[in-house]
Design a protein around this ligand. Sequence first.
Ligand SMILES: Nc1ncnc2c1ncn2[C@@H]1O[C@H](COP(=O)(O)OP(=O)(O)OP(=O)(O)O)[C@@H](O)[C@H]1O
Ligand SMILES: [Zn+2]
Length: 643
Amino acid sequence: MADIAETPLAKPAGLTTDSAKHHAGDREGRNVFLLACACAALAYGIAWIFPDYARLAFGIGALVSVLPFARTALGKARRGSPFSIETLVTIAVIGALPINAGAEAVVVVALFSLGELLEGFAAARARSGLTALAELLPSTAIIERDGARVEVPVATLGVGMTILVAGGDRIPADGTIIDGRSEMNEAAITGESRPVAKGIGDPVFAGSINGDGNLRISVTKDATNSIVARIGKLVEDAQESTSPTARFIDNFSAYYTPAAILIAALVALLPPLLAGGDWAVWLYRALTVLLIACPCALVLSTPAAIATGIATAARNGILIKSGAALEALAHIRIAAFDKTGTITMGHPVVTDVVGDVLSLAAALETGLAHPVARAIVAEAAKRGIDVPAASDVSIRQGEGVEGMVGTLRVELLSPRATAALEGAKAASIRELEKDGKTVAVLVVDSTIRGFIACRDEPRDDAGPAIRALAALGIRTLMLSGDNQRTASSVAEPLGMEAFGELMPADKLERINQLKAEQPILMVGDGVNDAPALATATLGLAMGGGTDVAIETADVGLLKDRLTGIPDAIRLARKARRTILVNIVIAIGLKLVFLVLAVFGITNLWTAILADTGATILVTINALLLFWTFQASPTAVQSALRRA
Ligand SMILES: Nc1ncnc2c1ncn2[C@@H]1O[C@H](COP(=O)(O)OP(=O)(O)OP(=O)(O)O)[C@@H](O)[C@H]1O
Ligand SMILES: [Zn+2]
């Protein structure tokens, strides 16, 4: 760990401090445990050799070993939580002395500190899904200075510096390749281990593994802003965020613990006062009740599952931004998708040109970002057509473009927006649209000159993803600005409903309508559909490790693969089941032992074992999520499986 201390910025800052914190906690927990064991051993030894001093030895042993917990209890009480488990243990140990239960008290403290130690270890495990990610980052980079190669700490790298990465090494910083080509394993960021080919001009990300090529890279982000560092920070914040269930349980514990103390007091007082019970017997039972009453398993039940769920998701390339988003994801009943770039590739290709329209159309579309515009400009270039310059070009939102080419007034519009479109032309356009093509009609000085059709193919993974969502009982639908016929012919073969001809405001209205019925997830590329993502119950941005997937939306997919959506929902549902099971374990075990304690069947040892046991059980149950979750196979994997 020494190298972290020397170059604190070399690794994602949050992760470093977090693991450092846990290590300090581990060490302290271990010391407290060793002290408790030593006290117990000494007390039992003295009691065995000098039976007359047994009571004194156990009493002193118990008091000394409980001291660290008493101190913690005091600290917590000062910070406003007087009913901590440490308080309960301290009261129980002190209370045990007058009733001659010191021998048990020393063992209780030893068991309790062992439990704390194990629990700290398990909790760290649950959170550390991503520390592995931090360890992937090299702490130094090679730069060229005055013609010589110099090794410098990654923290000192700045934007614009040039670094050299040899074949097989890890990339130390986000940047752009300026020389060389190679294959990149980006599993650290996207969870996808299939290598990606990269050449000059392509972006590379810190933490990925360089293939065979030697690369010269221009740094584009300093260490703290690299994608991997920001993912680490987001995941950590998400793990610490509360969810509705966690909040409910916190509120519940605020009443539960004082109530438990009250019950313990009644157990100690009422039977002796009202029924002439033995004071020592009932005080002992009350102390047992007190230990059993500790709510720590319950308090941990939800956060442990959420932290594990979020870490598991991150390992599979799914970035879930908060505990609340994880819980909401489990309740989603409808998934709505944007069409272009989400269900389709986002790169339409011209398929039909009717009439001499390409050069005028390309004139209007030159420089526009709309996928249809790019398709038309690319087609004109491919055919070597001269494209004249256009002036006064303006976009007609959701309809097309218009402008002047020379002295001609030219419009390029969707059929729906085109006036006086009828007869044979209208019929052949309808046919093209039924093939899933988008048609743009060229109008010159109010006369229809002809039209261009282009087609945007569905992504390979759209079919598997939609089928997987249907299998989860989720209604899928596509929202599109395109013609209804075009939208339907893309969506229906995939098994989705299609809503076409939606202007941006219509999309929001439709989402609001659907949201009123059932929780809805909106899936988009995050670029021009941010309002839709924000309007839905939950927004999910595709984006494959880009800033967009990381910054926008409640959930981001780092792997640009639609099957990540059913994976995310499956994981969220599993996490919710884990939470429920944890709550049942935590409350169930306590109830059983509470009854046993009142009837005097358990003792202080089993009480503390039950408490620590429940805490460890909940944590292990949460970790099962991490160990057992399987993301859906990649296209390559399923092809291999079929073969
Ligand atoms: N630059 C353009 N050139 C030609 N047609 C266009 C242009 N811009 C918009 N259109 C037409 O208007 C329709 C709606 O456009 P809009 O941008 O609102 O939706 P979209 O983003 O293409 O569709 P989706 O919602 O499916 O992604 C398009 O389907 C197309 O027919
Ligand atoms: Zn406890």
